[in-house]
Design a protein around this ligand. Structure first.
Ligand code: SF4
Length: 335
């Protein structure tokens, strides 16, 4: 699978210097025509690179192809994206120029409420395939924010995700705080994110304040307690200067009780973060239910009153087939 480092090496072997390489990569990830700008891209490049350019661009744009597009009422659109070996991933165009990308085909964490987790990890998505999801989306509409919340656990494909983040935050022209690395809380990610030249914002999937329930809901997540996750998140927030986005999938009768509300206040009060509450999208294949919207709104209001900055969000694209992994599952099932 092609990585960004491979592309760099190929360009270097053709005589491209770092500035040439950045120009070529910028044209790819920003989906610019080769003739964009005052002068054509070719005018800047050594002859061997110029000669290889059309073939290289075809190859890079061919890393992903749009199989299906399902627009939602809220300005989002769910994309089923084909990879060169016939595997598929999902990307979601989000309202306000956002894009959610996938970092793995399948996922090993096995969250009980997630379709992607059901089949385990199938394969990693390469750094170039991650960036190619952005380039593909940019041929449909502008992308100014990229969240790594699609299929897969980014910490389990850490170097590829960081390579993609570094390119998106430089040649990709995306503000660093608009690159959002999302994880269930993996100690390797906390270390690595702080060391990179592009520091993304961080989203941490909490879902419960109870260690036992967390082990049940996220059976193969690292054995960090919710308190340890918040502690590590707080360190990263202070280090990066961006608030942590704590994610909470609200499941009827599972994590929507008063005990959890008290737990959230105890864990997050005074922390540099925001709690994103996302009522679950029920799917026939899984046993969890979506709490009604009024109840969710009441929980968010009560948390606000207790000093927890809480945003109640509907998961984008809900009306176009629900949570992540469903389009792929249905495409495989032939529905
Ligand atoms: Fe993996 Fe995310 Fe699904 Fe959990 S919710 S199984 S981490 S893709």
């Amino acid at each position: 699978m092609l990585s960004i480092a491979d592309i760099d090496q190929r360009l270097s072997a053709l005589g491209a210097n770092p500035a040439h390489r950045q120009r070529v990569l910028r044209h790819w990830v920003q989906a610019l025509p080769l003739s964009a700008g005052r002068r054509r891209l070719e005018d800047y490049l050594p002859l061997p690179v110029r000669q290889a350019l059309p073939g290289l661009m075809d190859e890079l744009h061919g890393l992903t192809r749009l199989i299906e597009q399902h627009p939602g009422d809220d300005g989002s659109a769910r994309l089923l994206v084909g990879l060169q070996d016939g595997q598929t991933v999902e990307s979601v165009l989000l309202p306000r120029d956002g894009l959610c990308v996938s970092s793995q085909v399948g996922c090993a964490v096995g969250c009980q409420f997630c379709m992607t987790g059901r089949d385990g990890l199938i394969r990693q998505v390469s750094s170039a395939e991650i960036v190619a999801q952005v380039a593909l989306a940019r041929r449909l509409r502008p992308v100014k924010k990229v969240v790594f919340m699609g299929m897969g656990e980014p910490s389990h494909n850490l170097e590829a995700v960081m390579e993609a983040i570094e390119l998106l935050g430089t040649a990709g022209n995306i503000g660093h705080k608009n690159l959002v690395f999302s994880t269930v809380g993996d100690p390797r990610a906390f270390d690595r994110l702080s060391r990179g030249p592009v520091k993304p914002a961080l989203a941490l999937s909490l879902h419960t304040t109870k260690p036992d329930l967390r082990r049940q809901l996220l059976p193969r997540a690292p054995r960090l307690s919710p308190a340890e996750i918040v502690e590590a998140g707080e360190r990263y927030a202070r280090d990066s200067g961006y608030p942590i986005q704590y994610q909470w999938t609200l499941l009827e009768g599972v994590n929507d009780g008063d005990d959890e509300l008290e737990g959230i206040v105890a864990l997050l009060k005074g922390k540099y973060g925001v709690l994103n509450m996302i009522p679950y999208n029920s799917v026939p294949e899984l046993p969890f239910l979506r709490p009604d919207w009024d109840k969710a709104r009441d929980i968010a209001r009560r948390l606000h009153q207790r000093g927890i900055l809480t945003k109640l969000r509907d998961s984008a694209g809900q009306d176009v087939d629900g949570g992540c992994g469903q389009l792929r599952a249905r495409a495989i099932a032939g529905d």
